[in-house]
Write a protein that binds this ligand. Sequence first.
Ligand code: MN
Ligand code: MN
Length: 468
Amino acid sequence: MSEPKTKGEELQEALCYQRKNLTETMTKEELEQAFDFCEGYKDFLNAAKTEREVVSRAVELLEAEGFVPFDPETTYAPGDRVYWNNRGKALLIATIGKKSLAQGAHINAAHIDSPRLDLKPNPLYEQGQLALMKTHYYGGIKKYQWATVPMSLHGVIVKKNGEMVQVRIGDEPGDPVFCVTDLLIHLAGDQMQRTLAKGIQGEELNLLCGSISLEDSKVPERVKLNILNLLHEKYGIIEEDFLSAELEAVPAYDMRDLGFDRSMIGGYGQDDRVCAYPALMAALDCKDPETTLITVLADKEEIGSEGNTGLNSDMLRYFAADLAKPYGIDGRRVLMNSQCLSSDVNGAFDPTFADAFEKNNTCYLNYGVCLTKYTGSRGKGGSNDASAEFIGKIRKILDENKVGWQTGELGKVDQGGGGTVAMMIANLGVDVVDLGVPVLSMHSPFEVTAKVDVYMAYKAFSAFANQK
Ligand code: MN
Ligand code: MN
């Protein structure tokens, strides 16, 4: 028999905020469900390493579940499922609810672009009888992390005649890979004096891509010419075609279980596909919702959500307006009455760099999905500071649906900061709060998440989608 609780123990239980490590509180069956869910997650990320590939794969899954391309002239009925493919790089997905759109929608927004090395418009050159490709990094990266990492190349090339060529090389077994080289330690005396920020500099992010010369002593740069010849044979392109291409170099390895206990996942591009995949799964599962569910998979978040596929554009505003118009409802009424999860990752506590975090207000691996009231930097600058009322609503939904969740800021005050799409959607009049998965080594070529947190993101998004 256990001893009766002391007064202090009773008070502690009743009054103190207790965070729970989910691996200690979830049942064996729940843990198995979480691990199973992550098998699908890993497969999805292996197949979809760029925003374009996420859109293609997502459209396949959506069409298999009865979603059809959105037609702004159609008046949809409750339960109808549509998607709008915005230029192959962003996706807006909706399942029509039973309630009028005038009462608002439930919006879940995640982004599908990730930091990477983009090829420059005129990338190929030869130096020291090696062929290399110039890159311009995309998003915030610690550049030194991207040298000596095997890289694959993904994207499209639009030829002079308008024909588009798909490129995906380096991720299939037997494919060659590419890499940014780094100076050997033996000769790095000068380099080692540089600050970490300049350990590898922007113009040193050059991808090695060939070393054999074309057999013809009459032309210069024969290694480069040999590569162009190979590219012409394989893709039918000439050098000028690079000018109208989007080629993205990303780490050339699959997602892996991490740890002796396989409790974590390591790999590239988890910010923010670790939220985009659960959001997509929740959208596929959501049938006949009370309130219309809109799921946004956005591009360009990592460079400030600019451009016509990013959420700083009017794509969500137009989509809401087009959905509502056939019913004679104004788009702004939809948005002003909508609720949104800005589903993006947060930086998990890293014991090796504990000083960067404030431990009472930081998220931890295995403690569930992280509800983030505000992001930003230097006094909440550039942040959507969600209201207590809206956080209260979301908190209730999470608790009622037994979703493991926690709260956290991105690091300690004035340590740095970052933003999400939350403020752009809030600017449309929508109630928005950030909710997402804690990540270690964010924006590196090998980001780490915990499986139970990924699963809790899915549970959270499902609960949000299916609320009455
Ligand atoms: Mn993100
Ligand atoms: Mn990011």
